[in-house]
Design a protein around this ligand. Structure first.
Ligand code: HEM
Length: 386
């Protein structure tokens, strides 16, 4: 059978972005009543001046999140500081055995059949199982937890009615309030117990704030990581020589993950609102106007990334903006990186001769905020699990 020509991210308008960086890098878009920022330097400027460009109440297409992702300092700094005491790179590093075990379990399930849908069988289950573990959800509750999470984040193609979503949100809330009160009575060695006790300047998180953080972990950490994993398989399909090189040299995996994040950012940008009249790239921005940083364009800015359209796992430095920049820089970046490094290294080792199933059309994720695919069927030869 002849292979159908296939460009999974053809809808990402790299040529348009290139033109915008040259001709109109800070562009007023009347459809969104705001500005789109295409160049790296301008993007970095917006994200590093939160006193001019606010994060509060402006997650487009999403209900307002009272979590600190949608807050400005000083409240943001205080909550982030409390959580950062617990959610440390060291704590994340200690998840290595759990992540490794989950990756093997997922691959054990598909290995005998010699085919899988990367998105359904690997990319979504891995991050949600790790988040469930972090939140102390026991094995018997994990399927329920996952169905609430899919509903809450509208992830995985879930298309619940608003009523079903409200019911699931309520169940999620009741479940975690119950867990919180159990942990208050009987602290354990887990993230939630440590969050309950963490404090800055004598202030601890309230139940409502703790619940918000549980929700934030889901909303910020689930679909984003799932799409990173899915996009990695798309890259391996597009650049089979890269997959082969990584099989021979797993030590190059961290660089490969960064390049996948740069070229196919699962989070396509960040949004702010101007707090006062200001100028950016010679344009007059008015107070209350929306300013959207287009990370996908900034990540291809030729002034920062030489030969930006070349996929190069050895690119160094590789200061992409996919995890944001500045005070809101992704708190979960070490976790996303660790899951991707471990998951992809083991997958490449255990699955040989990976071939995309050419008979099944690949559907891109239909969202301006996420770059990814909704399905990615592959066949492979499984090696024995040592
Ligand atoms: C913030 C991207 C995975 C937790 C952010 C921001 C970006 C981002 C761009 C900043 C948004 C802004 O400035 O408005 C990503 C990507 C991920 C990923 C691309 C995966 C590839 C995770 C994971 C977690 C997480 C796994 C935790 C389980 C957070 C939190 C914030 C955040 C808590 C808020 C930080 C703050 O407001 O101070 N993420 N994220 N993220 N992310 Fe991630």
């Amino acid at each position: 059978m002849s292979e159908t020509p296939y460009r999974p991210f053809a809808h990402v308008p790299l040529a348009v972005f290139r033109q915008m960086r040259q001709q109109d890098p800070v562009h007023f878009d009347p459809r969104m009543h705001g500005w789109a920022v295409f160049r790296y330097d301008d993007a970095q400027y917006v994200l590093s001046h939160p006193q001019l460009f606010s994060s509060e109440a402006i997650l487009p297409g999403q209900p307002h999140l009272p979590s600190f992702l949608g807050m400005d300092d000083p409240r943001h700094r205080k909550l982030r500081n409390i959580v950062s005491q617990v959610f440390t790179p060291r704590m994340i590093e200690q998840l290595t055995p759990q992540i490794t075990a989950v990756v093997h379990q997922l691959l054990d399930q598909v290995a005998p059949q010699g085919h899988m849908d990367v998105i359904r069988d690997f990319a979504y289950p891995l991050p949600i199982t790790i988040i469930a573990g972090l939140l102390g959800v026991p094995a018997e509750d994990q399927d329920t937890f996952r169905s609430w999470s899919d509903s809450l984040t509208a992830a995985n193609g879930t298309n619940d009615t608003p009523e079903a979503r409200a019911t699931n949100a309520q169940s999620f809330q009741d479940y975690f309030l119950q867990k919180l009160s159990e942990r208050r009575r009987q602290p354990q060695q887990d993230l939630m117990s440590r969050l309950i006790n963490a404090e800055v300047d004598g202030e601890k998180l309230s139940d409502e704030e703790l619940l918000e953080f549980c929700r934030l972990l889901l909303i910020a950490g689930y679909e984003t990581t799932a799409n990173l994993l899915g996009n990695a398989f798309v890259c391996f399909d597009q650049y089979p020589e890269v997959a082969e090189k990584l099989r021979q040299h797993p030590e190059f995996m961290p660089g490969a993950v960064e390049e996948i994040l740069r070229c196919f950012p699962s989070v396509a940008g960040d949004t702010r609102v101007a707090l006062e009249d200001t100028t950016l790239g010679g344009k007059q921005i008015q107070k209350h106007q929306v300013v959207s940083v287009v990370a996908t364009s900034a990540n291809y800015d030729e002034s920062q990334f030489p030969d930006p359209e070349r996929f190069d796992i050895h690119r160094d430095p590789n200061r992409h903006l996919t995890f944001g920049y500045g005070v809101h820089f992704c708190l979960g970046a070490p976790l996303a990186r660790l899951e991707a490094r471990i998951g992809l290294t083991i997958a490449l080792r255990r699955l040989q001769n990976i071939q995309r199933d050419p008979g099944q059309p690949i559907e891109p994720v239909q969202s301006p905020f996420i770059i990814g695919v909704r399905n990615f069927p592959i066949t492979f030869t499984a090696t024995a699990h040592e």
